[in-house]
Design a binder for this molecule. Structure first.
Ligand code: HEC
Length: 243
Protein backbone atom coordinates (compact mmCIF):
# COMPACT_ATOMS: atom_id res chain seq x y z
CA UNK A 1 0.00 0.00 0.00
CA UNK A 2 2.81 2.38 0.82
CA UNK A 3 3.79 2.29 -2.88
CA UNK A 4 0.64 4.26 -3.79
CA UNK A 5 1.58 7.26 -1.73
CA UNK A 6 4.31 8.69 -3.98
CA UNK A 7 2.29 7.82 -7.10
CA UNK A 8 -0.72 9.74 -5.82
CA UNK A 9 1.58 12.59 -4.85
CA UNK A 10 3.03 12.80 -8.34
CA UNK A 11 -0.43 12.71 -9.89
CA UNK A 12 -1.53 15.61 -7.72
CA UNK A 13 1.62 17.57 -8.66
CA UNK A 14 1.03 16.93 -12.37
CA UNK A 15 -2.53 18.24 -12.12
CA UNK A 16 -1.38 21.26 -10.14
CA UNK A 17 1.40 22.01 -12.64
CA UNK A 18 -1.11 21.74 -15.48
CA UNK A 19 -3.45 24.22 -13.82
CA UNK A 20 -0.79 26.77 -12.97
CA UNK A 21 0.54 26.53 -16.56
CA UNK A 22 -2.84 27.62 -17.92
CA UNK A 23 -3.20 30.42 -15.40
CA UNK A 24 0.23 31.93 -16.23
CA UNK A 25 1.07 31.67 -19.96
CA UNK A 26 4.16 33.90 -19.81
CA UNK A 27 6.25 35.40 -17.02
CA UNK A 28 4.63 38.78 -16.37
CA UNK A 29 6.83 41.89 -16.41
CA UNK A 30 6.00 44.53 -13.83
CA UNK A 31 7.20 48.08 -14.23
CA UNK A 32 8.98 49.42 -11.14
CA UNK A 33 9.38 52.89 -12.69
CA UNK A 34 7.80 55.08 -15.37
CA UNK A 35 9.30 57.41 -17.95
CA UNK A 36 7.89 60.45 -19.70
CA UNK A 37 9.51 60.09 -23.13
CA UNK A 38 10.84 57.46 -25.54
CA UNK A 39 13.73 57.91 -27.97
CA UNK A 40 15.66 55.69 -30.38
CA UNK A 41 19.21 54.92 -29.20
CA UNK A 42 20.10 52.88 -32.30
CA UNK A 43 18.79 50.41 -34.85
CA UNK A 44 16.09 52.45 -36.66
CA UNK A 45 16.00 52.78 -40.48
CA UNK A 46 17.85 49.50 -40.92
CA UNK A 47 17.90 47.75 -44.26
CA UNK A 48 17.15 44.08 -43.73
CA UNK A 49 16.34 41.01 -45.79
CA UNK A 50 12.65 40.03 -46.10
CA UNK A 51 11.66 37.43 -43.50
CA UNK A 52 14.97 37.67 -41.60
CA UNK A 53 16.12 39.39 -38.40
CA UNK A 54 17.60 42.87 -38.94
CA UNK A 55 21.40 43.05 -38.68
CA UNK A 56 21.37 45.20 -35.51
CA UNK A 57 19.07 45.16 -32.46
CA UNK A 58 16.60 48.03 -32.06
CA UNK A 59 17.55 49.92 -28.89
CA UNK A 60 15.03 52.28 -27.26
CA UNK A 61 15.67 54.69 -24.40
CA UNK A 62 13.13 55.55 -21.68
CA UNK A 63 13.73 59.02 -20.23
CA UNK A 64 12.30 61.12 -17.41
CA UNK A 65 11.36 64.82 -17.65
CA UNK A 66 15.04 65.82 -17.35
CA UNK A 67 16.10 63.49 -20.17
CA UNK A 68 17.76 61.00 -17.80
CA UNK A 69 17.41 57.24 -18.40
CA UNK A 70 14.78 55.47 -16.28
CA UNK A 71 15.43 51.91 -15.06
CA UNK A 72 12.59 49.41 -14.69
CA UNK A 73 10.06 50.92 -17.14
CA UNK A 74 8.02 48.46 -19.24
CA UNK A 75 8.42 48.85 -23.01
CA UNK A 76 6.31 46.91 -25.53
CA UNK A 77 6.90 46.40 -29.25
CA UNK A 78 4.36 45.62 -31.95
CA UNK A 79 4.28 45.78 -35.73
CA UNK A 80 2.32 44.84 -38.85
CA UNK A 81 1.53 41.19 -39.62
CA UNK A 82 4.65 39.14 -40.24
CA UNK A 83 6.91 41.25 -38.00
CA UNK A 84 8.18 39.66 -34.79
CA UNK A 85 10.21 40.83 -31.81
CA UNK A 86 12.51 39.03 -29.45
CA UNK A 87 11.58 40.03 -26.83
CA UNK A 88 8.22 41.72 -27.53
CA UNK A 89 8.31 43.41 -24.09
CA UNK A 90 11.09 44.18 -21.62
CA UNK A 91 12.04 46.36 -18.66
CA UNK A 92 14.56 49.14 -19.21
CA UNK A 93 18.07 48.54 -17.85
CA UNK A 94 20.23 50.83 -15.69
CA UNK A 95 20.90 53.07 -18.73
CA UNK A 96 17.17 53.35 -19.35
CA UNK A 97 17.54 51.16 -22.45
CA UNK A 98 15.56 48.28 -23.88
CA UNK A 99 16.88 46.17 -26.75
CA UNK A 100 14.94 43.87 -29.08
CA UNK A 101 15.71 41.86 -32.21
CA UNK A 102 13.27 42.64 -35.02
CA UNK A 103 12.40 40.14 -37.75
CA UNK A 104 10.76 41.88 -40.71
CA UNK A 105 7.96 40.48 -42.91
CA UNK A 106 8.33 38.37 -46.04
CA UNK A 107 7.97 41.14 -48.64
CA UNK A 108 10.31 44.05 -49.32
CA UNK A 109 9.10 47.44 -48.16
CA UNK A 110 8.77 49.70 -45.14
CA UNK A 111 7.81 48.27 -41.75
CA UNK A 112 6.62 50.68 -39.06
CA UNK A 113 7.29 49.40 -35.54
CA UNK A 114 5.13 50.72 -32.66
CA UNK A 115 6.92 51.17 -29.33
CA UNK A 116 4.90 51.92 -26.19
CA UNK A 117 5.58 52.64 -22.54
CA UNK A 118 3.25 54.21 -19.97
CA UNK A 119 3.80 57.19 -17.71
CA UNK A 120 3.00 57.38 -13.97
CA UNK A 121 -0.68 58.09 -14.67
CA UNK A 122 -0.98 55.08 -16.98
CA UNK A 123 -1.06 57.23 -20.12
CA UNK A 124 0.55 55.58 -23.15
CA UNK A 125 3.68 57.13 -24.61
CA UNK A 126 4.01 55.93 -28.23
CA UNK A 127 6.98 56.02 -30.59
CA UNK A 128 7.10 54.89 -34.23
CA UNK A 129 10.26 53.49 -35.76
CA UNK A 130 10.73 52.64 -39.44
CA UNK A 131 12.64 49.62 -40.66
CA UNK A 132 13.12 48.45 -44.25
CA UNK A 133 13.27 45.08 -45.97
CA UNK A 134 15.12 45.17 -49.28
CA UNK A 135 14.81 42.58 -52.03
CA UNK A 136 17.77 41.74 -54.27
CA UNK A 137 17.41 44.72 -56.65
CA UNK A 138 16.88 47.26 -53.85
CA UNK A 139 19.87 45.87 -51.94
CA UNK A 140 22.00 46.25 -55.09
CA UNK A 141 20.70 49.83 -55.38
CA UNK A 142 21.70 50.47 -51.78
CA UNK A 143 25.27 49.33 -52.56
CA UNK A 144 25.45 51.43 -55.75
CA UNK A 145 24.24 54.63 -54.06
CA UNK A 146 26.58 54.02 -51.09
CA UNK A 147 29.50 53.87 -53.50
CA UNK A 148 28.54 56.67 -55.96
CA UNK A 149 25.87 58.96 -54.49
CA UNK A 150 25.70 59.12 -50.71
CA UNK A 151 28.76 61.39 -50.29
CA UNK A 152 26.66 64.20 -51.80
CA UNK A 153 23.08 63.05 -51.09
CA UNK A 154 23.54 62.03 -47.44
CA UNK A 155 24.16 65.03 -45.16
CA UNK A 156 25.53 62.77 -42.41
CA UNK A 157 29.19 61.79 -42.31
CA UNK A 158 30.17 58.30 -41.17
CA UNK A 159 33.56 57.00 -39.99
CA UNK A 160 34.06 55.55 -43.52
CA UNK A 161 32.85 58.56 -45.48
CA UNK A 162 32.92 62.32 -44.88
CA UNK A 163 29.84 63.95 -46.39
CA UNK A 164 30.37 66.47 -49.18
CA UNK A 165 26.77 67.69 -48.77
CA UNK A 166 27.63 70.92 -46.90
CA UNK A 167 30.16 71.97 -49.58
CA UNK A 168 27.67 71.99 -52.46
CA UNK A 169 26.29 75.34 -53.68
CA UNK A 170 23.00 73.59 -54.58
CA UNK A 171 21.75 71.10 -52.01
CA UNK A 172 20.82 67.62 -53.26
CA UNK A 173 18.04 65.78 -51.43
CA UNK A 174 18.58 62.76 -49.19
CA UNK A 175 17.00 59.78 -51.01
CA UNK A 176 14.25 59.29 -48.39
CA UNK A 177 12.69 62.72 -49.17
CA UNK A 178 9.51 61.41 -50.77
CA UNK A 179 8.17 64.94 -51.30
CA UNK A 180 10.93 65.49 -53.86
CA UNK A 181 11.47 62.05 -55.41
CA UNK A 182 7.82 60.93 -55.58
CA UNK A 183 7.16 63.78 -58.05
CA UNK A 184 9.78 62.39 -60.42
CA UNK A 185 8.85 59.46 -62.67
CA UNK A 186 11.21 56.50 -63.12
CA UNK A 187 12.07 57.96 -66.55
CA UNK A 188 12.90 61.38 -64.98
CA UNK A 189 15.14 59.73 -62.41
CA UNK A 190 16.88 57.59 -65.03
CA UNK A 191 17.45 60.69 -67.14
CA UNK A 192 18.97 62.73 -64.27
CA UNK A 193 21.17 59.84 -63.20
CA UNK A 194 22.34 58.98 -66.74
CA UNK A 195 22.78 62.49 -68.14
CA UNK A 196 23.32 64.63 -65.01
CA UNK A 197 21.38 67.54 -63.50
CA UNK A 198 21.16 69.67 -66.70
CA UNK A 199 19.05 66.91 -68.37
CA UNK A 200 16.17 68.06 -66.16
CA UNK A 201 17.21 71.73 -65.80
CA UNK A 202 18.98 70.96 -62.53
CA UNK A 203 22.48 71.99 -61.47
CA UNK A 204 25.53 70.50 -63.21
CA UNK A 205 26.80 69.73 -59.70
CA UNK A 206 24.73 66.58 -60.18
CA UNK A 207 27.14 64.47 -62.30
CA UNK A 208 26.15 62.11 -65.16
CA UNK A 209 26.53 58.38 -64.54
CA UNK A 210 25.49 57.06 -67.96
CA UNK A 211 28.98 55.79 -68.72
CA UNK A 212 29.79 54.67 -65.15
CA UNK A 213 26.67 52.72 -64.24
CA UNK A 214 24.90 49.99 -66.22
CA UNK A 215 21.18 50.30 -66.96
CA UNK A 216 20.60 47.56 -64.37
CA UNK A 217 22.54 49.53 -61.74
CA UNK A 218 20.47 52.65 -62.49
CA UNK A 219 17.21 50.66 -62.24
CA UNK A 220 18.48 49.28 -58.92
CA UNK A 221 19.21 52.76 -57.53
CA UNK A 222 15.72 53.89 -58.57
CA UNK A 223 14.22 50.83 -56.82
CA UNK A 224 16.21 51.76 -53.70
CA UNK A 225 14.99 55.40 -53.85
CA UNK A 226 11.37 54.13 -54.14
CA UNK A 227 11.90 51.79 -51.18
CA UNK A 228 13.29 54.37 -48.74
CA UNK A 229 10.88 57.14 -49.76
CA UNK A 230 9.01 58.77 -46.88
CA UNK A 231 6.11 59.43 -47.42
CA UNK A 232 5.93 56.13 -49.35
CA UNK A 233 6.01 56.07 -53.14
CA UNK A 234 2.77 54.99 -54.81
CA UNK A 235 3.70 53.14 -57.98
CA UNK A 236 1.53 54.49 -60.84
CA UNK A 237 1.30 50.94 -62.23
CA UNK A 238 -0.80 49.92 -59.24
CA UNK A 239 -3.54 52.34 -60.29
CA UNK A 240 -3.65 50.99 -63.85
CA UNK A 241 -3.70 47.42 -62.58
CA UNK A 242 -7.04 47.95 -60.82
CA UNK A 243 -8.74 49.47 -63.87
C1 HEC B 1 29.13 65.44 -56.50
C2 HEC B 1 27.89 65.44 -55.78
C3 HEC B 1 26.79 64.49 -56.23
C4 HEC B 1 26.88 63.14 -56.44
C5 HEC B 1 28.08 62.24 -56.24
C6 HEC B 1 25.55 62.71 -56.83
N1 HEC B 1 24.70 63.77 -56.87
FE1 HEC B 1 22.71 63.72 -57.35
N2 HEC B 1 22.60 65.73 -57.08
C7 HEC B 1 23.65 66.55 -56.72
C8 HEC B 1 23.16 67.91 -56.62
C9 HEC B 1 23.97 69.12 -56.21
C10 HEC B 1 21.79 67.87 -56.94
C11 HEC B 1 20.79 69.05 -56.95
C12 HEC B 1 20.66 69.62 -58.30
C13 HEC B 1 19.64 70.76 -58.31
O1 HEC B 1 18.75 70.79 -57.45
O2 HEC B 1 19.77 71.63 -59.18
C14 HEC B 1 21.47 66.48 -57.23
C15 HEC B 1 20.21 66.05 -57.62
C16 HEC B 1 19.88 64.74 -57.89
C17 HEC B 1 18.53 64.29 -58.23
C18 HEC B 1 17.30 65.16 -58.37
C19 HEC B 1 16.59 65.25 -57.02
C20 HEC B 1 17.33 66.08 -56.01
O3 HEC B 1 17.98 65.53 -55.12
O4 HEC B 1 17.28 67.31 -56.10
C21 HEC B 1 18.61 62.93 -58.37
C22 HEC B 1 17.50 61.98 -58.73
C23 HEC B 1 19.99 62.55 -58.11
N3 HEC B 1 20.71 63.66 -57.82
C24 HEC B 1 20.45 61.24 -58.12
C25 HEC B 1 21.76 60.88 -57.86
C26 HEC B 1 22.25 59.53 -57.90
C27 HEC B 1 21.38 58.29 -58.11
C28 HEC B 1 23.58 59.58 -57.65
C29 HEC B 1 24.57 58.41 -57.64
C30 HEC B 1 24.52 57.51 -58.77
C31 HEC B 1 23.94 60.96 -57.43
N4 HEC B 1 22.81 61.71 -57.56
C32 HEC B 1 25.22 61.40 -57.12
C33 HEC B 1 24.92 66.17 -56.43
C34 HEC B 1 25.42 64.89 -56.52
Amino acid sequence: MTRYVPVMGMLALTILAGCSHHAKPAPALHASAYGSALAVSSGDKQLGTPGAPLPQPLVIEVNDDQGNGVQGALVKFSGPAGVSFNPAAALSDSNGEVSTNVTVGDSSGRYTVEVITTDKKGKEIPLQVNELAAGYQEMLGYEVQKKYCSRCHDPNSTPEQVSNYGNLAVAPHPFDRGNTFNKLSDADLASIISHGGPAMNLSALMPDYGSTLSKADIRAVIAYIRLVSNPPFQAPGMVYATR
